[in-house]
Design a protein around this ligand. Structure first.
Ligand SMILES: Cc1cc2nc3c(=O)[nH]c(=O)nc-3n(C[C@H](O)[C@H](O)[C@H](O)COP(=O)(O)O)c2cc1C
Length: 405
């Protein structure tokens, strides 16, 4: 199933411990439910001092469990029955105390006992004062949790509720969300190094003007995010885009086609897969004016020169070796299958995704895409209209199959 629906009907246990950031995860409950997940909240005794269980019961639409010994629920053994039903356990915020409790395998409160009894993935989101976080005891406990296979969502840096600066702030939802998606996704790109390009390029004419295009970067960013979810180590080289850096991705921001070529060619040797989703300008102004060009009253003619064809250069460098796998994107407006087959051959690609830019629902600027995939042998696969994220995930599915061959 495409990535966007991954949380539909998933049962997530949200274990809340007694930190000031407990109020922030109230919003996470809503976000998880909006993604289609059912959320069962369990709280430590101290967590209930920060936010009332009533708030979480209202937001989750379920009874909140606060302890192992609930006199109103004697027919169930909550730490066993809830653990058995869960697809994933998310501990957020995780206090220093709760982290220590989990690291030592204690079972003296409901969240800790659940984690011991579970067989599903566990994600820990630490949040605390920076000195508490950086203390060797906390760091050793977190290292130990990693050895149990738990995912740690590193806290953010910044000013903390206790008026200090440093690491310890509960990670933003986007980081927690990616950890959840990754934990529920088959890691078939684990240990693979992937480079994705995204966005437009800006070809400077003078200090204030450039030649650009309408690419938003969404397709390339979606490719980077979905590759990371499948476990890849991702580098994203992007032209000017308003999109923020996605979690856990090495983002390199460039401006012109020549800068993009330099960044990509420097790294290509180390990669297992390169996906060129950027809309690199074919041309740039032949001359750059160091001063702002002025009106001369007689019109203006600009000479253009061709930019390097990065994909073609990669294809030539690749020669006959199987890696890196090369995946290209082509924006076409007519006869796109024959045009695509020509590009595939000429650029020595393993896969080509063709965008029909005449369609209003696909291509530049919109959230959705409708692509046709062509493989090395010229076989075509028409992909229906999907979100860019789902389109990207489907491309990775095909890439993972090619890598497995
Ligand atoms: C106002 C206040 C804020 C606190 N915030 C945090 C916090 O953000 N992170 C943390 O690890 N502990 C924090 N503590 C300390 C914990 O509440 C304390 O260690 C508690 O025993 C945690 O228990 P639990 O992990 O079982 O919920 C705070 C305490 C107080 C009084």
């Amino acid at each position: 199933m495409p990535g966007g629906n991954l949380l539909t009907d998933k049962k997530i246990i949200l274990g809340i411990s007694g930190g000031i950031a407990a109020y922030k995860v109230a919003d996470w409950v809503r976000k998880l439910r909006r993604e289609g997940a059912g959320v069962q909240v369990v709280m430590t005794g101290d967590a209930t001092r920060f936010v009332t269980p009533l708030t979480f019961a209202a937001l989750s639409g379920r009874k909140v469990y606060e302890g192992m010994f609930d006199p109103n629920d004697v027919e169930r053994i909550p730490h066993i029955s809830l653990a058995a039903e869960a697809d994933l356990i998310l501990i957020a915020p995780a206090t220093a105390q709760t982290i220590a409790r989990l690291a030592s395998g204690m079972a003296d409160d409901l969240p800790a006992a659940l984690v011991l009894a579970h067989q599903s993935p566990v994600i820990i989101c630490p949040a605390m004062n920076c000195n508490m976080y950086l203390h060797p005891a906390t760091q050793a406990n977190l290292d130990r949790l990693k050895t149990y296979g738990y995912r740690i969502v590193e806290p953010g840096r910044g000013s903390l509720a206790c008026d200090t600066e440093g690491p310890g702030r509960l990670a933003d939802w986007s980081y927690a969300k990616e950890a959840i998606y990754a934990a529920l996704t088959k890691q078939n790109l684990a240990d693979r190094k992937v480079l994705v390009t995204a966005g437009p390029t800006h070809e400077p004419l003078d200090p204030v003007r450039y030649l650009g295009n309408r690419s938003s970067g969404r397709m390339g960013f979606a490719l980077a995010v979905t590759a990371r979810r499948r476990g890849a180590e991702v580098t994203l080289v992007t032209g000017p885009s308003e999109l923020p850096d996605p979690p856990e991705i090495n983002v390199i921001r460039i401006s012109s086609a020549e800068e993009m070529a330099a960044e990509v060619l420097e790294r290509c040797q180390d990669m297992d897969v390169i996906v060129k989703a950027a809309a690199v300008s074919d041309f740039r102004p032949a001359e750059y004016s160091a001063g702002k060009l002025k009106k001369a009253g007689a019109g203006f003619t600009m000479n253009l020169t061709e930019n390097p064809d990065i994909l073609k250069t990669l294809g030539e460098r690749k020669g006959k070796s199987p890696l890196p796998l090369l995946v290209g994107f082509a924006a076409e407006s007519g006869d796109f299958i024959n045009e695509g087959r020509r590009k595939l051959r000429e650029k020595n690609l393993d896969l080509l995704a063709i965008n029909d830019i005449t369609s209003k629902e696909a291509g530049f600027g919109v959230e959705t895409n409708r692509i046709t995939l062509l493989n090395r042998h010229g076989d075509q696969e028409k992909i229906p209209l999907l979100s860019k994220e789902d389109t990207a995930d489907l491309i990775w599915k095909r890439v993972a199959d090619l890598l497995a061959q």
